[in-house]
Write a protein that binds this ligand. Structure first.
Ligand SMILES: NC(=O)c1ccc[n+]([C@@H]2O[C@H](COP(=O)([O-])OP(=O)(O)OC[C@H]3O[C@@H](n4cnc5c(N)ncnc54)[C@H](OP(=O)(O)O)[C@@H]3O)[C@@H](O)[C@H]2O)c1
Length: 326
């Protein structure tokens, strides 16, 4: 099969597409023909060996995928050949085939395209978990989304709207702000302007942000916290800007505010029942088309490097997806 193979931790330009043997199927596992794989920020870090845990070399990158079951001896988890699924795994998705345990996949609702399903689970589960379970976002509250045109940002806008919030989307250029507005943001703001906090204050009639969804990090995080409303909740989602900010402790005191961490990887381990409930909610929204996940740009497997470059150069609108099989 064709697969992207990381033989040495290196920048994406040095990573090759290779012919490798299909993975072995162990008892109780499923073989899936991968139709599309979603590329996340973490995948880029893993390839370079810069993520907090390192995959042993050589490895096939890619954590999120959608496709069709081709082998399922004994029907593990009730899955049969031909069923379409979406899944998440530690690695291996940027390949024509993947072998996983049944717990790694969910059935794909009828009529949902593979590209959509491959951009769905990580970002939308992160957004729903963060906004509903951690921040307890209530209808009518003001939600400030940083990095709003990125993969998690656009998911937070859509989930925020489904939960009834008033969404203010912050992004660095007009194309990104238009993209955020087109996907549901009520208002947009250019957070690269020195006076963006004054503009934000006016936009919220002096109230500030009840909830801040923050996948960006760096100096902007501290600035945003300074614009939080009384009893506001700031969700720590990621550090796309690179720097991990340090928050002066007097700010939460003065604002009655809370800093809340979000880690998608720990939800199935520490809160499996919550994950189950949130996934049922997401798949129900997906099935009845209340939620239309945003596919940013779809690349052919041969062009996988371009998918990473687009994300790594801060040019991505939404989530990058690699199409693998028809
Ligand atoms: N906690 C979790 O469970 C969880 C789950 C998924 C992702 N994450 C993390 O969340 C972060 C964002 O993921 P994502 O998928 O939303 O990424 P993304 O699609 O690349 O979006 C990140 C956004 O951050 C902004 N940004 C600011 N400085 C940047 C820089 N130097 N380089 C790149 N982007 C920069 C960009 O918006 P502007 O240009 O508008 O500023 C960009 O749109 C990553 O650190 C990822 O690992 C965490």
């Amino acid at each position: 099969m064709k697969a992207v193979v990381v033989e040495q931790y290196a920048p994406i330009d040095q990573i090759q597409l290779k012919d490798v043997p299909s993975p072995l199927l162990e008892p109780g596992q499923l073989r899936i023909r991968v139709e599309a794989a979603g590329i996340g920020f973490v995948d880029g870090l893993k390839i370079e060996g810069r993520y907090q845990t390192r995959d042993p070399l050589p490895f096939i990158p890619g954590t999120e995928f959608a496709g069709a079951v081709t082998e399922a001896p004994g029907a593990p988890g009730g899955y049969q050949p031909g069923m379409r699924v979406m899944g998440m795994t530690r690695s291996g998705a940027l390949a024509e085939e993947i072998v996983v345990n049944p717990e790694a996949v969910y059935p794909l609702p009828e009529g949902v395209a593979a590209e959509v399903a491959a951009s769905f689970r990580a970002n939308y589960l992160t957004a729903l978990y963060a906004l509903s379970t951690r921040a307890m976002l209530a209808a009518g509250e003001r939600l400030l989304v940083l990095g709003a045109a990125g993969g998690t940002g656009i998911a937070a806008i859509q989930i925020g709207k489904l939960l009834g919030a008033r969404v203010i989307a912050a992004a660095s250029n007009s194309e990104k702000r238009d993209f955020a507005r087109a996907h549901g943001a009520d208002t947009v703001i250019d957070y690269t302007q020195a006076d963006w906090r004054d503009t934000f204050k006016q936009l919220t009639d002096g109230h500030g942000a009840d909830v801040i969804f923050d996948p960006v990090g760096g100096e902007i995080s501290v600035q945003a916290f300074r614009s939080i409303a009384w009893r506001g909740r700031h969700l720590v989602v990621g550090f796309a800007a690179g720097a991990i900010p340090a928050l002066p402790f007097n700010l939460p005191l003065l604002k009655g505010g809370a800093l809340l961490g979000v880690d998608l990887a720990q939800i199935p381990v520490r809160e499996p029942e919550v994950q189950k409930r949130l996934m049922s909610q997401l798949t129900a929204w997906l099935a009845d088309r209340q939620l239309k996940p945003v596919v940013g740009h779809v690349f052919a497997l041969e062009d996988f490097r371009e998918a990473f470059r687009t994300m790594q150069t801060r040019s991505a609108l939404g989530k990058m997806v690699v199409r693998i099989a028809a």
